[in-house]
Design a protein around this ligand. Structure first.
Ligand SMILES: [Zn+2]
Length: 704
């Protein structure tokens, strides 16, 4: 039985789908175009019709039609599935663990709630534009410099001070009281006849039964999801009303801690600007948009959560925090940064232990102390998080209105996170006193340790040394201690195989860690012995051979997912070897991603309930994955770890071989076209892939 995903893939051609947004040019059996995910002048973005996959050899993004839609439109897998299913005319019942009927009911409720929100929005908006008693509201909006275009674009509204004006209107339109309450637009009156805080209700002469309005005497900011649908409201009190800001309560549509205000209007600009700016307030966001800084969103509620960042990182790798710079703000910003760091993808690179040692004389000691046969897997935060520097005490909207050049300069020149930390973390210290120096080092070394680029790390050590006037070398010693202690970002992989340690240590000890820069740095390396005079047919045969390997690859993916489902702890060993992009199966890739995010959140509700995190289209895959593990004899302890790592390595290897084949194919085409520049680039990438393959092969004794 074909899965929904397979059915969709059979109906939607990846070339056609990508062709809608990328101008593709046929080139032999593949297609090429300018990559939509990075800036380039010559095309390195390729779509392969046979395998229905795409890959950019410039930024190394790739995948299938699902990956493309997710990345290009900034969608969750679930939403990409819905989008593609609709396009393919396939019906999906994405119901988690619910049955289809319950699901239909749930989606009907949501649909009704959206309608309710739309109606409320129109009403609030009309109130702001027309109501007599909205004078104060209109004056406030004007005083904050919000233009009438922005009032319309953001759908701003006004909730009057009567107790039940909106409720009466909505009840009149046929909504039930419980719907208003569930939708977060009204509250239930306490006890019949108790009109305590809503005395004015009586004066309206309209019966609104047992409910009264949730928002009263407030400016209303409609909150929309990424697709622009109203999911809730934020209300700012006029006058001395408390609380100053009141947001919709949690509803089936509105999840406070994950929504970013104005993301629907900002998402295209974020992709274009390759930057997302997070501000604190609704008005900050509106004013930023109004003045052309449309890559701005506001976080709703007091803190940036991982969920906020999850959404942004699909659009950009650069997140700029423009939060309140005063003292309280510094803590909030710092918290935001921690969250941001947690959420960004971490590419984990194997680092030989020896490389950890610095030229400060402890080399031998270090080697003796480290257990043999281990690889340290070092995490890198795969994103640029920086901070906007604004004049103290001024909110972004004030800065924008008073001195736009100051704002745009700050936006274009945000300061690096680490530099920000240098200021923020030492603001209350006396760096001339020994105590202050020690404390500064204690606070800043863990930050410096987060930097994966050793050159940068050394530069910051130098900066710290100068700042607190201590010897650089002692800071290096201290940094090493910090690095060693950081159990979390570093993962120790133990190979139980007695043959393993020697060869791993031996090989990796000589080689440098695999990093993204390697492809460029090593360009001068002598070329791989290119003895194979590869002709075109041979290349094509290889592609077909890969097709034949497809099934076995998918089986390994099932097996790995099965292992991880059974033992969530294994994910720390596996994540250093492969990432979700290495998966060939759309379903296994998404499951791997979910597994990792659940594991990283630290919760391990993986026993019976993992299924509830997963779109129902993937449930069959879970069952298959569990089965594939159960059919094998059960392993435990180190052999289980080894099994999982071998499986992951095998998959990584297959992935690299696939890239290898694709590259060779493209090279032969470039060769025929006499395109020397492309040849040279492909050759370099080929070398990088070969290096990775060699590392893998010698590490795991996999041959052939
Ligand atoms: Zn690219």
């Amino acid at each position: 039985m074909a899965s929904i995903i397979d059915t969709i893939k059979a109906k939607i051609d990846v070339v056609e789908e990508i062709g809608l947004v990328v101008a593709l040019q046929k080139s032999g059996r593949s297609f090429k175009g300018l990559c939509p995910f990075h800036n380039e002048r010559t095309p390195s973005f390729h779509v392969f019709a046979e395998s229905q996959t795409w890959h950019c050899f410039g930024c190394n993004e790739g995948g299938d039609v699902f990956t493309f839609v997710q990345k290009q439109q900034g969608l969750e897998f679930r939403d990409a599935l819905a989008y593609l299913a609709e396009k393919a005319g396939v019906s999906i019942e994405d119901n988690g663990t619910r049955n289809p009927e319950e699901e239909r009911e749930a989606s009907a409720i949501k649909e009704r709630l959206r309608k309710l929100n739309e109606d409320a929005l129109l009403w609030f908006h009309q109130m702001l534009l027309r109501a007599k008693d909205a004078t104060e509201a209109r004056a406030y909006i004007q005083s904050r410099g919000i233009s009438s275009d922005s009032v319309i674009a953001f759908g701003l509204g006004y909730a009057p001070n009567q107790g039940n004006a909106l409720s009466s209107f909505l009840l009149g339109r046929g909504y039930a009281e419980y719907e208003l309450v569930n939708g977060g637009l009204a509250r239930t009156r306490e006890g019949a006849g108790n009109t305590g805080g809503v005395g004015s209700v009586e004066g309206t002469g309209e019966a609104s039964g047992g409910v009264y309005d949730y928002f009263r005497q407030r400016i209303i900011f409609p909150i929309r999801d990424t697709r622009g649908r109203v999911i809730g409201f934020g209300g700012r009190a006029l006058g001395d009303g408390q609380p100053k800001y009141l947001n919709s309560p949690q509803t089936v549509l509105f999840e406070k801690n994950s929504v970013l205000y104005a993301l629907d209007l900002a998402k295209d600009a974020i992709k274009l600007a390759k930057q997302a700016i997070i501000v604190e307030g609704y008005v900050d966001a509106i004013i930023a948009h109004q003045h052309g800084t449309r890559q701005t969103v506001a976080c709703i509620g007091s803190a940036i959560t991982e969920k906020h960042i999850q959404q942004l990182k699909k659009l950009t790798k650069q997140v700029t925090l423009a939060l309140d710079p005063d003292a309280a703000g510094v803590t909030a910003t710092e918290h935001g940064i921690q969250e941001a760091l947690k959420a960004f993808d971490r590419s984990v690179v194997p680092v030989p232990l020896a490389a950890d040692e610095h030229r400060t004389g402890t080399r031998k000691e270090g080697k003796r102390n480290e257990p043999r046969g281990m690889i340290r897997l070092e995490e890198q935060v795969d994103a640029e998080i920086n901070v906007l520097q604004l004049p103290p005490g001024q909110d972004p909207d004030e800065v924008i209105r008073q001195d736009f050049s100051l704002w745009s300069y700050a936006v274009a020149h945000p300061i690096a996170l680490v530099d920000y930390y240098f200021v923020a973390k030492t603001a209350n210290l006396d760096l001339r006193q020994p105590g202050g120096k020690t404390e500064a080092a204690r606070r800043l070394l863990p930050v410096i340790a987060m930097i994966s680029d050793r050159v940068k790390r050394d530069a910051y050590i130098r900066k710290l040394a100068t700042m607190i006037a201590v010897d650089e070398r002692s800071l290096h010693d201290e940094l090493r201690r910090v690095l060693r202690k950081q159990a979390n970002p570093a993962v120790i992989a133990v190979f139980s195989d007695p043959m393993g340690p020697r060869s791993i240590q031996g090989t990796l000890g000589r080689q440098r860690p695999i990093t993204k820069e390697d492809g460029r740095e090593d360009a001068i390396e002598p070329a791989e012995p290119a003895k194979e005079k590869s002709n075109r047919e041979e290349q094509e045969q290889q592609i077909y051979a890969l097709d034949r390997n497809w099934q076995s690859r998918l089986q390994w993916e099932d097996y790995l997912i099965g292992l991880l489902l059974q033992n969530p702890g294994l994910s720390q060993y596996v994540c250093g070897i492969i990432n979700d992009g290495d998966f060939a199966g759309t379903d296994t890739r998404e499951l791997y991603r979910i597994l990792n995010s659940v594991y990283q959140r630290g919760s391990s509700p993986l026993h019976q309930s993992f299924e509830q995190y997963v779109p129902s289209a993937l449930l069959a895959t879970i069952a298959r994955a569990r089965e594939s593990v159960e059919s094998k004899s059960s392993l435990s302890g180190t052999s289980l770890v080894k099994d999982a790592m071998q499986c992951a390595t095998r998959l990584k290897r297959i992935r690299l071989l696939q890239l290898n084949t694709e590259l060779r194919y493209l090279m032969s085409e470039a060769n025929e076209a006499g395109d020397a520049e492309s040849m040279r680039q492909f050759q370099q990438q080929l070398l990088a892939i070969h290096r990775q393959l060699r590392t893998i092969d010698s590490a795991m004794h996999l041959h052939g």
